[in-house]
Design a protein around this ligand. Structure first.
Ligand code: RFL
Ligand code: PHB
Length: 389
């Protein structure tokens, strides 16, 4: 089989890139390891920047998001006692959209057949080949048979653990990494949110986040040690800890319910440079990871594929290689700023095992400063809504 662009991975980055390229009339095939239901079963991001909502609108795929998503014009930082509201709309003139990654992925998946976007699911043992030349290809097995897909370019949208980044020789790139000594234990429950806006809380026991998917579905997280077992957190214990960490006001409005999903995610900051090697591009989590504090991961995947689709459209439309050559530097400039913001917010809001009483006072002084400074709030707000493309 032959196509112009082979995309590895049908997560949000791969599907969005596929749609953007199809809208430019480019031939695309997306090859995904998992089954559609498995992809949709991953509960992840909940907050979308206009970077992403604008792309969905441009593709004519934003209808359900506007009907069911919840625009938020602010969010809160908490120190266990009080809420510090960041008035995102007043400070930046923009807002964010609360709409789950699962729903974005579903909308992209559902629209694929009508847009001529071919997605091959349940493809095992995928490997990219000849990525240094201009006739790369991928191989995979499906239904017991070996398949080969030839393309002019391969786009690795296969997440942190996928094979694309690993196909780049160590000598051709550099990675930067910070692993945090804790993870997030998340719970999804069909109960109304405890607050109409998100609350990121720094409590002496550790971080907590109150988020939501709708008026009747809540998403909460707490910071836990890396070696924590999920069985140590029966629902009642988790609700008690959330009520404590989020503070008395949130606790008073919190409705408890059975967990629809409960899982622990490790936290990591990671960047691989460059995001292109020959005819292979990396986009989304395959090239970089941010800790989820600040909600930047999915949004960075969206800005990567916006840049990449533009570069590939230039290449196929007018044989102009400049966009392709400039993709990595352009994407990384935005990636590093989101890395910085996510890392700073993680440091501000979490309890680090090695932190002493002085470090704790620094966090509280920082929060107190933010509470009293429009300049500090503006910095946070403009990063939260997303830096310009
Ligand atoms: P994904 O979503 O990991 O998709 C990669 C796809 O590639 C497939 N794949 C393969 N396909 C073929 N062959 C192989 N060998 C393959 N290996 C892997 C996988 O099956 C998968 O379908 O990466 P993508 O598309 O780059 O998207 C990135 C986002 O998923 C990620 O950045 C966000 O979820 C991060 N994130 C958040 N981002 C936000 O912008 N806002 C948020 O509020 C937010 N909250 C979060 C988050 C991530 C979290 N976790 C669990 C890490 C909250 C959490 C808890
Ligand atoms: C979520 O709702 O899952 C969520 C929201 C904000 C974050 C991370 C995750 O920063």
């Amino acid at each position: 089989m032959k196509t112009q662009v082979a995309i590895v991975g049908a997560g949000p980055a791969g599907l969005l890139l596929g749609h953007l390229l199809r809208a430019e009339g480019i031939e695309v095939v997306v090859v995904e390891r998992a089954a559609p239901d498995y992809v949709l079963g991953r509960i992840r991001a909940g907050v979308l920047e206009t970077t992403l909502t604008d792309l969905l609108d441009r593709l004519g795929l934003g209808e359900r998001m506007h009907a069911e998503g919840i625009p938020h014009d602010g969010f809160n930082l908490a120190d266990g006692e009080r809420l510090i509201r960041i008035d995102v709309a007043a400070l930046t003139g923009r807002e964010v959209m609360v709409y789950g990654q699962t729903e974005v992925t579903r909308d992209l998946m559902d629209a694929a057949p009508s847009r001529g976007l071919e997605v091959i699911y349940e493809a095992a043992d995928l490997a990219p080949h000849d990525v240094e030349g201009d006739a790369p290809y991928i191989t995979y097995t499906k239904g017991g048979a070996q398949h080969r897909l030839d393309a002019r370019f391969i786009c690795g949208c296969d997440g942190y653990h996928g094979p694309s980044r690993k196909a780049i020789p160590a000598s051709a790139g550099q990675h930067y990494e910070k692993v945090y000594p804790f993870g997030w234990l998340g719970i999804l429950a069909d109960v109304p949110p405890c607050n109409h806006e998100l609350i990121y809380a720094n409590h002496a026991n550790g971080f907590a986040l109150a988020s939501m998917r709708s008026a009747t579905r809540s998403r909460y997280y707490i910071q836990v040690p890396l070696d924590e077992k999920i069985e140590e957190w029966p629902d009642d214990r988790l609700w008690d800890e959330l009520a404590l960490r989020l503070g008395p006001d949130a606790a008073a409005h919190m409705t408890r319910g059975n967990a629809l999903e409960k899982s622990i995610a490790p936290l990591r900051s990671f960047v691989f440079e460059p995001m292109r090697h020959g005819s292979l591009f990396l986009a989304g989590d395959s090239a970089h990871i941010v800790p989820p504090t600040g909600a930047k991961g999915l949004n960075l995947a969206a800005s990567d594929v916006a840049y990449l689709s533009e570069a590939l459209a230039r290449y196929f439309r007018s044989n102009d290689p400049d966009g392709v050559a400039g993709y990595s530097a352009r994407a990384l400039a935005r990636v590093w700023k989101a890395e910085r913001f996510s890392w700073q917010l993680t440091r501000l809001m979490h309890r680090f095992p090695e932190a002493d009483a002085f470090d704790r006072r620094m966090q509280l002084a920082d929060l107190d400063y933010i509470a009293s400074s429009v300049a500090a709030q503006t910095t946070i707000a403009e990063n939260y809504v997303g830096l310009p493309l």
